[in-house]
Design a protein around this ligand. Sequence first.
Ligand code: AN7
Length: 378
Amino acid sequence: MPATDSRPAHYTGLIDRYRERLPVTDATPVISLNEGDTPLIRLENIPRELGTDVDIFVKYEGLNPTASFKDRGMTMAVSKAAEEGARAIVCASTGNTSASAAAYAARAGMTAFVLIPEGKIPMGKLAQAIAHGAVVLQIKGNFDDGMRLVKEVAGEAPVAIVNSINPFRLQGQKTAAFEIVEALGRAPDYHCIPVGNAGNISGYWIGYSEACGHNTASCTLCHGQCPYLDNPLTDTRPVMVGYQADGAAPFMRDEPVLEPETLATAIRIGNPQSWDLAHAAVNESGGWFDEVSDDELLATQAMLARQEGVFCEPASAVSLCGALRDVRTGRIPAGSLVTCTLTGHGLKDPDIAIRGQRAVQTVNADLQSVKAAILAHI
Ligand code: AN7
């Protein structure tokens, strides 16, 4: 901010926060909604009930401006698109990318075109795309069909792709790892994360690698110029663990899944674009991929909301769901420090959250009835 600007200083988003660690210059217009700086919350009740001394934190990315982690990548992708003079952006999406693209395009005065799978994105996410004025193209196909079409149409029309195949997306997303290392004063021992298109796990690995001054094959932009090289924040990197829904688990099948199916619609993806980068993250860190069922992930979503007061969307619960299982079996050993990314807010998909939950009670509007209803629960 220029010295002549007398407006009050405030947090202005992750490009300003991490400017020297991102591929931006003074010529880059910053398109920001003050994304990033999300809470890292220590779980108290769940580990106690589990009887474990594993220290588990959740990075609550649902508290970004459009309520998912996508805003970290989108501020970079849209700022760089603006720098290059783009007037329009395009993405395929299971819902969160489209919500974020729509908001940042609105901020930049651009048009967002979003391709979503027909009938497979929750109302909250659809409402966001519509509210921000995106052109919503509902395709008769799944996310993977949309991704293929986006790549094809970008060659035929003046639109910049803002899916995570755009390397600036991963540069923005790597900042979540910086925040975690800064908050803990060290890297975690294990980082657990849901995997769909596999951009986020790749972004975190770039971030953790940079934070400890490591160069990594995954780092597609720095090429040996990692920004913390001379001044690392820490000297370790976590083991990276990627979890998928079992009906959409190409990393477990070791090949694309043609008809991915899961209630966690955000990760209903069969042909992840960052296949090699995600493998590099897991292999270089000594980590693994695993899968969880829809029943398991929904149970974890409910448990987290009821026992810790943290409401995330179903796809986000996959990270904690897998982590808790690995803590129970000892694959994540006693005494470990574990972080789990909660990628999106539970309000994105309220229908799924109240499915099968105790019904709302209707009572008469008199003291007697309300008192009786309360005492019945005490
Ligand atoms: C809540 O919005 O791909 O492995 O098009 O919304 O980086 O793809 C969403 C992905 C996890 C998986 N959790 O992250 C999209 C989209 C939530 C998500 C993922 C997504 P990646």
